[in-house]
Design a protein around this ligand. Structure first.
Ligand SMILES: *[C@@H]1O[C@H](CO)[C@@H](O)[C@H](O)[C@H]1NC(C)=O
Ligand SMILES: [Zn+2]
Length: 303
């Protein structure tokens, strides 16, 4: 009996680890949602309060993890490829790139998903439930697209690279999704996602991130076409965001000392500012995107 329970527990926990290894973990997504919420203008805020599933109490933070919570259910398995784009570049040789026609196949990817749910969230012919889902997908995917390893094919986005983190074996993808964020939350934010999000909002409004924030939303037009030859996804901004995240695969993500513990070396301390900025970008862009869709402009300082 005991054996069965502990066996079951260990199977369940290894499944959880496996699942967590496939997306900014819950913490990162919630941070993105909370940041976005702080920058919504009136029409977007009204849409969120009216259309978001009432169990989330009008908050994008808790709603941001919904897309991960359903993707292993039979009914939503089709959404699994929407969480990333498999950039077939060569980050170890310093060559980073995302090309829609090369990297996004007929199953779809995060680029087509953002385009699809951008159209659907404003489509008044859809039901309230369908538009709620579109909002939850957008809230999630505008987060995932800022995770460098969600915009990388090499070693399954780092999932197949074993590393040591905080004394335990892990993989590089999961360290970026979850491990480093959890350590940072415990060390600096009393393990509170809301405190971390508040701190990033402050830094965007009046701190060290203020001067760069307008650059994060340089592309914010939800109808701007990528180019007339791109047949897969019609939008310009998602590919720009993916390229921005993917560039870190060349400049930082794979540059660690083999065999070292990534939590106790300069790899961790150097990654935290990147993670801060990527989560901040995700939240700020999500607000700008929804504001543009529901209020006609980003409502945020632009260059
Ligand atoms: C768009 O979203 C709907 C609803 O989730 C889905 O059924 C459809 O397959 C999606 N289309 C594309 C091209 O991603
Ligand atoms: Zn995801």
């Amino acid at each position: 009996m005991c054996l069965t329970i502990s066996l079951l527990a260990s199977i369940l926990s290894s499944m959880t680890l496996r699942f967590e290894a496939l997306a900014w973990g819950d913490d990162g997504h919630e941070v993105v949602g909370y940041i976005a919420q702080a920058f919504l203008t009136s029409g977007a805020a009204s849409f969120v309060s009216e259309y978001l599933d009432s169990s989330y109490d009008g908050q994008l933070g808790p709603a941001a993890t919904w897309a991960d919570s359903v993707k292993y259910e039979k009914a939503y398995e089709w959404s699994q490829p929407y969480h990333f784009v498999d950039a077939m570049d060569s980050p170890l040789s310093g060559s980073c790139s995302v090309e829609e026609t090369r990297d996004c196949d007929s199953e779809g990817c995060i680029l087509t998903a953002i385009a699809n749910y951008t159209t659907r969230v404003t489509d008044t012919s859809l039901s309230k439930t369908q538009r709620d889902e579109a909002l939850k997908f957008l809230t999630h995917f505008l987060g995932d697209v800022t995770q460098p390893l969600h915009c990388e094919n090499y070693e399954v986005g780092g999932n197949d690279i074993s590393v040591t983190f905080n004394g335990a074996s892990d993989n590089l993808h999961s360290v970026w999704d979850t491990g480093m964020i959890e350590l940072n939350l415990k060390a600096n934010y009393d393990d509170s996602v809301a405190d971390y999000a508040d701190a990033l909002v402050q830094r965007i409004q009046s701190g060290d991130l203020q001067s760069q924030a307008s650059g994060w939303i340089a592309c914010v037009n939800p109808t701007e076409k990528l180019d007339s030859r791109a047949t897969i996804s019609p939008l310009e901004c998602p590919i720009e965001w993916a390229r921005d995240a993917n560039a870190y695969d060349c400049s930082y993500v794979f540059q660690y000392t083999k065999g070292s513990d990534l939590a106790t070396t300069s790899y961790y301390t150097g990654a935290i500012p990147i993670i801060d900025v990527q989560l901040a970008k995700g939240g700020y862009r999500l607000a700008a995107w929804l504001n543009t869709l529901f209020d006609g402009s980003s409502g945020l300082p632009s260059k």
